[in-house]
Design a protein. Structure first.
Length: 541
């Protein structure tokens, strides 16, 4: 029953701790998702700023190019940025098909370099196909880098970001068009000029516009060095996105996620920064779990302590009943015989002596119980010094008589380094020290019967006084000693007296010694049979 209660308490504690562990795991997981979502949002904000910065730089460049005069004399490459590879103009008159006027930028040697351009029909077809605005609806399969699909917080943030990307792209396109647009395309003095438009043709990046001049239609444009242009643009956002890159975007790519508004390029921002592992709630959770674990541990210990106390009470009751049964039976039998005058006169002294011994044994038992109860429930002050030599002179006759009555001979001696009349003061109580010696004697009388020899030796040192007790019985092994110095534990073997006692004598003796700052311990055998115990007491000056 008791064991079942302890198991039930342990199972309940395990279930509670398991539930707490699951709760902590879920909270930490959700917090990690939230931190990831915040990190991605911060990363997307940097991407947004980078796109605005890139489009602003391009808008400034394109506004200047759109404002250029359309005369051929203005097609000079002098002062062009490094990424402008060449300028050109081609007429669209079918009769002049294949003819062109080119003014390429000079190469390193200063000589014009020729560059092959695609047919004018291909350029015109691409220009016409770009007249309408593309469908800029968000793609549902576009997921920013680092998104963990299925995570509610992160997935919601990804959906919101896709919507923000669409709105941002439309806004950047409108503002870029306003910055780069010329006057309305109406004939003025026989001229029509369209804004420059970017085209990817055969892996080359071109900025092209259609012009009408004096009734003649032509196409003007610039050939950009894609790598140099890419490097120039990435330098604009290096502080925001150190690992960013630009890749070509298809003309029909309708995903506005990270497209530039003025060039057919898509920004690849690189990996988001690592999410910090520090948890704002982890410390609180650890404290809460620790407090709960301590509470559960205290509960389990309380249950275990209650069960242990109940077991000790049961052991105590069983020991008392066992210890009282024999003397009470003797009392009842002998008193009835004496009362009915059924005992011969010559036997009466023996019966009375037996009754006296049983009374002493019961008194010794009661005194041990009362002394143990006082130790358990009171905190006695440090005792005053006891003069051990004179106390032993008064105490030894009683111990010798008790040993003699049981058929033992007690040899007692005091070893000192100085004269024989030296006083030996120790920290101890006379009543408690008497209880210890009575318990040692009782234990030897009980288990060492038939050996007829007991020894008590007192040795006085500078700081300690030792009282060595020895009998020549079966002795006590080390493992058995560790069990016997716990309350209500008795030797497994039967004593010669037929009763094992309450299991309090040695435990009470050691607790008394420790209360005075001393110790009661077992000594290893010295080659001879028997039990060797040493009581250490502090010596006072």
């Amino acid at each position: 029953m008791r064991r079942g209660g302890l198991i039930a308490a342990g199972v309940a504690a395990f279930i509670v701790l398991g539930a707490l562990g699951w709760l902590v795991r879920e909270v930490v997981h959700l917090e990690a998702q939230e931190r990831r979502a915040r990190s991605l949002a911060q990363h997307e904000e940097r991407v947004r700023l980078a796109l605005w910065r890139l489009d602003s730089a391009l808008a400034t460049f394109l506004a200047g190019e759109n404002a250029r005069a359309v005369d051929r004399t203005e097609l000079s490459a002098a002062g062009d940025p490094a990424f402008v590879q060449s300028r050109f103009e081609r007429r669209t008159d079918p009769l002049d098909h294949g003819q062109s006027v080119r003014t390429p930028a000079p190469d390193v040697a200063g000589e014009p370099s020729s560059i092959d351009l695609p047919p004018i029909d291909q350029i015109l077809d691409l220009l016409r196909s770009e007249q309408g605005q593309p469908n800029l609806g968000p793609r549902t399969d576009s997921v920013p880098p680092g998104i963990e699909l299925g995570a509610p917080v992160v997935e919601l943030e990804a959906q919101n970001q896709a919507l923000r990307n669409t709105v941002e792209f439309s806004m950047r396109q409108q503002i870029a068009d306003q910055q780069t647009a010329l006057l309305p395309r109406l004939p003025r003095a026989g001229r029509v000029v369209e804004p420059l438009r970017p085209l990817w043709i055969d892996g080359r990046l071109l900025l092209v516009r259609r012009i009408v001049r004096g009734g003649d239609e032509a196409v003007q444009g610039l050939v950009l060095d894609a790598q140099a242009t890419r490097g120039w643009l990435l330098d604009q956002v290096r502080d925001l996105l150190p690992g960013a890159d630009l890749v070509p975007a298809a003309q029909d790519d309708a995903d506005p996620g990270r497209r530039l508004a003025l060039l057919p390029w898509r920004l690849v921002p690189g990996e988001p920064p690592p999410v910090a592992t520090a948890s704002s709630v982890r410390g609180s959770l650890v404290l809460a779990i620790g407090a709960t674990a301590l509470a559960l541990l205290a509960l389990v210990l309380l249950v275990a302590g209650g069960l242990h106390l109940a077991r000790r009470r049961g052991d105590f009751a069983a020991a008392v009943v066992h210890e009282l049964r024999t003397p009470l039976t003797t009392f009842r039998l002998y008193t009835e015989l004496l009362a009915e005058d059924q005992v011969p006169a010559r036997e009466r002294p023996r019966l009375l002596n037996t009754l006296r011994r049983e009374a002493d044994r019961l008194g010794h038992l009661v005194e041990n119980v009362l002394a143990y109860a006082r130790l358990e429930h009171t905190r006695a002050p440090r005792p005053e010094a006891l003069e051990l030599r004179s106390w032993l002179v008064d105490m030894l006759p009683e111990l010798e008589n008790l040993a003699d009555d049981a058929g033992f001979q007690l040899d007692a001696r005091i070893d000192t380094a100085s004269e024989s009349n030296e006083e030996i003061h120790v920290v101890a109580e006379g009543v408690g020290l008497e209880r210890i010696l009575h318990n040692l004697l009782s234990n030897s009388l009980r288990y060492a019967a038939g050996t007829e020899r007991l020894e008590l030796t007192v040795r006085a040192g500078d700081r300690l006084v030792t009282i060595d007790w020895r009998d020549y019985g079966p002795g006590i092994e080390r493992a058995t000693w560790r069990r016997l110095v716990r309350p209500f534990h008795r030797a497994r073997r039967e004593s010669a007296a037929g009763a094992d006692g309450l299991g309090l004598g040695l435990a009470l003796s050691r607790q008394l010694a420790r209360r005075w700052g001393g110790e009661l311990k077992r000594l290893d055998p010295d080659g001879e049979p028997g039990l060797r115990l040493r009581l250490q007491l502090q010596r006072t000056i």
